[in-house]
Design a protein around this ligand. Structure first.
Ligand code: ATP
Length: 354
């Protein structure tokens, strides 16, 4: 195992810079998830860690060693790809043992390591099958098994679950997390799925347009997003945003919308009075009340354990989620009251948290 340091890394393709000085410290044994919208540069960063892409400037270290100029096979990492990249003409056992065979390991050692990985991943019964005889989830497990037998210092995962159906994704998510808890191998995992990031990571790195917007534990990012982008990206359904003007006149401050609704907040500096702000409130922090934000119910979605309501306020829509059942109908007029202690404020000019 090893720590990984990504320091001020830049990458240009043909003079066009796509990563603008990214620094990410990764502790030994951590599970770090790089997440962000398509094109933000997360796969490029992972490929640079793997050595599949050269860095334009900056340094990447694995353990005590700067690996900028170290060949992929010398980096002591194992990468699991989205398409699994299994050899079709090899059995599961041969696929898993292939890297050891290339290194010249004895067959008895290969068998022992393959069997141990097969036990961990529940693949024992499938060792003689060929990839085409496996389900998507089983193939994914073989790809992970191949990484495990190499006993690397670092695992890299590039969107490993994106080819699986929704149910299997959830199951594999748990498997990968359990695997990490068991092996404690430093892991860097790329996904565009923020739920995957939230549920698996010790640390999430949120990227956009080639920069790191914020990094921290999943709940830190959820509770204290540094800016509007992170606030909107982390959480599902997404945080509601309402524009308004901050009113700080002594007493409890609020944000006033153009339609005159008063959105409660706990505190704000007096110097910010009159500022144009975005008020952020998560769907679970809205409650029915006798006053507050007047809205018209547009859609009611009961899931059994929850009720999700989409409601229109002027030209905007708000989503509210209740952990119980609510008897409202589309067309009903309701009042939604935000919980003041759970409100987020962002400066309209910069998008930054106030
Ligand atoms: P996705 O989720 O869609 O895979 P990503 O966040 O992983 O996106 P990257 O694949 O890292 O994004 O791409 C980052 C940027 O670099 C994009 O603008 C992409 O077009 C560009 N890019 C990536 N690889 C190359 C390449 N080989 N040549 C030129 N541009 C590239």
């Amino acid at each position: 195992m090893a720590s990984v340091q990504i320091h001020d890394v830049r990458k240009s393709f043909g003079g066009f810079e796509v990563l603008h000085g990214v620094s990410v410290p990764i502790e030994d044994g951590a599970f770090v998830v790089l997440v962000g919208p398509s094109g933000c540069g997360k796969s490029t960063l992972l490929r640079m860690l793997a050595g599949l892409e050269k860095i334009t400037s900056g340094t990447i270290s694995i353990g005590d060693r700067v690996v900028n100029d170290v060949q992929p096979k010398e980096r002591d990492i194992a990468m699991v790809f989205q398409n699994y990249a299994l050899y079709p003409h090899m059995t599961v056992a041969q696929n898993m043992g292939f890297s050891l065979k290339l290194r010249g390991a004895e067959q008895a050692i290969i068998d022992e390591k393959v069997n141990r990985a097969a036990d961990i991943l529940d693949l024992r019964k499938l060792l003689d099958r060929y990839p085409r005889q496996l389900s998507g989830g089983q193939r994914q497990r073989v790809a992970m098994g191949r990484a495990i037998v190499r006993d690397p210092q670092v695992f890299l995962f590039d969107e490993p679950l994106s080819n699986l159906d929704a149910k299997l994704r959830v199951a594999m998510r748990t498997e990968i997390k359990e695997l990490h808890q068991r092996l404690k191998t430093t892991t860097v995992y790329v996904t565009h799925d923020q739920i995957e990031a939230m549920t698996m990571a010790d640390k999430i790195v949120v990227m956009q347009d080639g920069i790191v917007e914020q990094m921290g534990s999943p709940l830190d990012l959820y509770d204290r997003p540094d800016n509007k982008f992170v606030a909107g990206f982390i959480g599902s359904p997404a945080m509601n945003f309402l524009n308004g003007e901050l009113k700080v006149n002594g007493g409890q401050p609020w944000v006033e919308t153009a339609s005159g609704a008063r959105l409660p907040i706990e505190a704000a500096p007096a110097s910010a009075n009159g500022k144009a702000v975005t008020y952020g409130i998560r769907p679970e922090h809205l409650e029915f009340a006798d006053d507050g934000i007047e809205a018209e119910v547009v859609v009611v979605e009961p899931t059994g354990s929850e009720t999700q309501i989409v409601a229109r306020v002027g030209t905007q829509e708000l989503i509210a989620v209740f952990r119980d059942r609510r008897s409202v109908q589309p067309g009903d007029r309701i009042y939604l009251k935000p919980r003041a202690s759970a409100a987020h404020l962002f400066d309209d000019a910069t998008g930054k948290r106030l």
